[in-house]
Design a protein around this ligand. Structure first.
Ligand SMILES: C[S@@+](CC[C@H](N)C(=O)[O-])C[C@H]1O[C@@H](n2cnc3c(N)ncnc32)[C@H](O)[C@@H]1O
Length: 271
């Protein structure tokens, strides 16, 4: 059973037999839909687990694939955000940075090359970890303090008042409960420390773009791991009890159907 499960999981990245495959592998590939159906009926719960893992693997792969395109579309704004963090002396030795929804490490290239970063990475998708670790090899300036596979809604493994900075880029669009995530961010931050964010949001109320976003959101959620294109997000940040919220709106440089991800907010919230 376990061998079959592993084989089924590998299909997500390597599903076609090659010319060097054995006849057993060919046979298994041809019979896979039938075997999968038998398995579904044999143990529905197990299959739900396998299916979720397959989906998570695909999402980790898609997220890594989109990293460069997205970074390019917001490059100037991300550089500005990291410059603000630098001015706030976030990158000084000994400071602990928590990145929620760290994904495949899209933000690693923005940390100053001459800094000595201690990063706590947290993501609910365990399959993002290998991508992040692979990328970390190219960034000796960033040391992985710890990697937590957890939901940002419940960061109970992180002590209260222990983090110098929390970072989130295009994550609040995907989390299940923004209120709980923001409450947790505020809890783990040291007093006076900041939560830096860059998030895609819904366009102005009543605009054609906001209608487009509302219409396509159900499909988008399925393709992009629960990512909502129609969240306001800013009111949640403003109402989360931070002492100060500074933000700007901007448009990411995205075209065609990706234009629905253009409206963004970026800034910080101080505990
Ligand atoms: C769109 S990706 C963004 C990744 C990265 N921050 C970036 O800027 O490219 C969203 C990430 O948030 C993670 N995520 C979604 N919901 C989460 C939650 N509730 N808690 C922690 N991570 C979550 C996903 O697994 C994914 O890696």
């Amino acid at each position: 059973m376990n061998l079959f499960v592993d084989w089924l999981l590998n299909l997500s990245t390597n599903w076609m037999p090659s010319s060097s495959s054995t006849s057993t592998e060919w046979l298994l590939s041809l019979l896979s839909p039938v075997l999968a159906l038998i398995l579904v009926n044999y143990k529905r719960e197990t299959f739900a687990g396998i299916f979720n893992r397959l989906i998570q693997r695909c999402h980790a792969y898609i997220s890594d694939g989109m990293r460069e395109v997205y970074n390019k579309s917001v490059i100037k704004r991300k550089e500005d955000l990291f410059q603000t963090m630098a001015k706030d002396q976030i990158f000084q030795k000994g400071k602990k940075i928590l990145e929620i929804g760290s994904g495949s490490g899209a933000n690693l290239e923005f940390f100053p090359k001459d800094a000595n970063i201690s990063l706590v990475a947290l993501d609910s998708n365990e399959y993002c970890r290998p991508y992040l670790e692979k990328r970390l090899e190219s960034f000796p300036n960033v040391r992985l303090d710890s990697y937590l596979i957890a939901s940002a809604e419940d960061m109970s493994r992180i002590e209260s008042n222990s983090i110098d900075c929390v970072l989130s880029t295009i994550v609040l669009c995907s989390v299940k409960n923004q209120k709980n995530v923001l409450r947790e961010i505020k809890r783990v931050l040291k007093p006076g420390c900041r939560f830096y964010f860059m998030e895609n949001v819904i366009a102005n109320n009543g605009s054609i773009m906001s209608r487009f976003q509302n219409a396509l959101n159900p499909v988008n959620k399925v393709i992009l791991d629960g990512c909502n294109v129609n969240r306001e997000t800013l009111p949640e940040i403003k109402n989360a009890g931070f002492s100060k919220v500074h933000y700007e709106r901007f448009e990411a440089n995205l075209e065609y159907v990706c234009a629905m991800f253009r409206p963004h907010i970026t800034g910080y919230a101080e505990k």
